[in-house]
Design a protein around this ligand. Structure first.
Ligand code: NDP
Length: 246
């Protein structure tokens, strides 16, 4: 029996990076996965890869900046699989370092919408099904940046702090229904998004960066029945960025 055998997961931001690694790891652990992002081709390739495992895969192109897309992916996944056992709100965008005084208001709102509002609204759309089943796991991707503010990073860090708070509130609301909600707060992970945001060449340049698979392994545990003691909390996965080592 694999850890996620028979489970159904919905993962946002799965076209690359941490979300893709989580989708692959969940598939290897026996889950069926519904994956979403804006990049159709990357999702189709991922779905083909995951679909060769024990579970099924469903690719859904969607823009989390569009409210109707959020409801559509929830409905499509629920229609296809009949239920969602695990929701991973992973999709996120980073913005260039800019002080609030100079920040483009439209970009500030877009970061909030994609990183925070979409996670809340997708959770809201999936929760009735989890409540009906009296079971479920919600995993939100916050960040080491959710632990404190930083110059030039206001919108991103507000969303990541907000996800920690959202997780606590939702966990308190749904624990009576057998549903757990947790946050993962990664330190630096070598992904396309990280490389773009920081002009980095990844682990070739900074071997202290984590691999996306290291976060995926934690997500597999949190998605599994073994993690029943863990809810309403944010788990730091800082790797070598842990202040203990710096
Ligand atoms: P990437 O930039 O590599 O991937 C982001 C994913 O989000 C992509 O699949 C992208 O797909 C999707 N996405 C972005 N905007 C939208 C949108 N409007 N609608 C739908 N999907 C969208 O990010 P990472 O893998 O590095 O990060 C994943 C999560 O982990 C993020 O929330 C990030 O903040 C967090 N994190 C990452 C860290 C790191 O060092 N990498 C550290 C701490 C936290 P597409 O472009 O196809 O839409």
């Amino acid at each position: 029996m694999q850890r996620l055998e028979g489970k159904v997961a919905l993962i946002t931001g799965a076209s690359r990076g941490i979300g893709r690694a989580i989708a692959v790891a969940f598939g290897q652990a026996g889950a069926s996965v519904a994956v979403t992002a804006r990049s159709t081709q990357a999702l189709e390739t991922l779905a083909t890869e995951v679909g060769q495992g024990r579970g099924e895969a469903l690719a859904m192109t969607a823009d989390l900046n569009v409210a109707a897309d959020i409801q559509r992916i929830a409905d499509t996944a629920l229609n296809r699989f009949g239920r969602i056992d695990i929701l991973v709100n992973n999709a996120g965008i980073v913005h260039p370092r800019v002080d609030l005084v100079d920040f483009d208001p439209a970009l500030w709102r877009q970061v909030i919408d994609v990183n925070l509002v979409a996670a809340a609204m997708l959770t809201k759309a999936i929760l009735p099904s989890m409540i009906a089943n009296q079971s479920g796991k919600i995993i939100n991707l916050s960040s080491i940046g959710g632990r404190r503010g930083d110059k030039g990073r206001s919108a991103y860090r507000v969303t990541k702090a907000g996800l920690i708070s959202l997780t606590e509130s939702v966990a308190a609301e749904v624990k009576p229904h057998g549903i757990d909600a947790v946050c993962i707060c990664p330190g630096g992970v070598d992904t396309e998004g990280y490389r773009e945001a920081f002009g980095s060449r990844g682990r070739t340049e900074n071997p202290k960066l984590m691999r996306p698979q290291e976060i995926a392994s934690l997500a597999v545990f949190l998605a599994s029945d073994e993690s029943s003691a863990v809810t309403g909390t944010a788990i730091d996965a800082f790797g070598s960025a842990n202040p203990l080592f710096t």
